[in-house]
Design a protein around this ligand. Structure first.
Ligand code: SAM
Length: 284
């Protein structure tokens, strides 16, 4: 079957679930990932065909997409900060907002004296996206990362190897730590922050397929991770050390008060590309 013809069919079959623009973008993502063909290749060669085996593969992907399984899990990978990351059901799919947090940290620290070793800790590393992109872009950094999920840590380790960076991964429950083993120049975290009361806003593809361990906190203790991590930072940040957080968009004020009450200085709250309060910085 002609690939161009199949494209029309693919978009049509997905129309009850996705708009045509999104369905078309899925089509090209799969085409590139599975067949190493780009949109331009299809435009230049109208005769390209799918074999029977190809059609069997595409029809199985189509069924999964109809169930709203995220395309990144179906392809087993995503792009974050210009690098490829393996993703699977054990790790959160890295978000563009988190790339903005990484960009902020790199901008603040990229220009510093290269002879100074920067010790960085990423708490709740998941796929390793924050830790690995910092290690890649801050060559003088020594990067450590913690997660409570052994399966997420296995994925993060593979991502570090595939992206040629060294990160020390540690299996720990951050909520049970009294203090950290080392002191750090930068502590960063994108911890679970979605309240149960916000579940209604969450799309099916997230709610049904992404790990709840990575997403949710109790309504009555939404800042549990931030309180704990800020308390650890008070003990384990080096002089002039910086604490960076990705935050719940509805809790910017509360986060500001939290860091103020814990005597952090230079507190800054930033919005993301969607104009939501999304990230914070404080220093000691
Ligand atoms: C929102 S995800 C962030 C993942 C990744 N850093 C990112 O930005 O895409 C939160 C991560 O925290 C981890 N986590 C949840 N509870 C934890 C705990 N008590 N101690 C350590 N990590 C925890 C989850 O397994 C998950 O990987």
């Amino acid at each position: 079957m002609r690939i161009k013809q199949y494209r029309t069919q693919f978009i049509q079959e997905l129309s009850p679930f996705y708009d045509a623009y999104e369905a078309e973008s899925f089509f090209y993502l799969i085409l590139e990932s599975k067949h190493k063909l780009r949109q331009i290749d299809l435009a230049l060669n109208h005769e390209l065909n799918f074999s029977i085996a190809d059609l069997v593969y595409w029809s199985s992907i189509l069924e999964e997409l109809k169930k709203e399984v995220p395309i990144q899990y179906l392809l087993g990978k995503t792009n974050f900060y210009g690098m490829d990351f393996e993703v699977n059901e054990n790790v959160l799919i890295p978000r563009p907002e988190t790339e903005e947090l990484v960009e902020w940290i790199i901008n603040e620290n990229g220009g510093i004296d290269k002879s100074k070793r920067l010790k960085i800790l990423d708490i709740g590393t998941g796929s390793g996206c924050i830790a690995i992109s910092l290690a890649k872009n801050l060559p003088n950094a020594e990067v450590y990362a913690i997660d409570i999920s052994k399966k997420a840590l296995e994925t993060a380790r593979r991502n570090a190897i595939n992206n040629n960076v060294e990160v020390t991964f540690m299996f720990k429950n951050i909520l049970e730590l009294e203090k950290l083993d080392l002191n750090f120049d930068i502590i960063v975290s994108n911890p679970p922050y979605v309240r149960n009361l916000e579940k209604e806003e969450i799309k099916k593809n997230v709610l049904d397929y992404e790990p709840h361990l990575a997403l949710f906190v109790e309504d009555n203790n939404a800042l549990i991770f931030y309180k704990k991590i800020a308390a650890l930072a008070q003990k384990n940040l080096l002089e002039n050390g910086q604490l960076f957080f990705e935050i719940n968009q509805y809790l910017g004020k509360e986060m500001n008060s939290l860091l103020e009450s814990m005597n952090f200085r230079n507190i800054e709250l930033r919005r993301d590309i969607y104009d939501n309060d999304r990230m914070m910085k404080g220093s000691l």
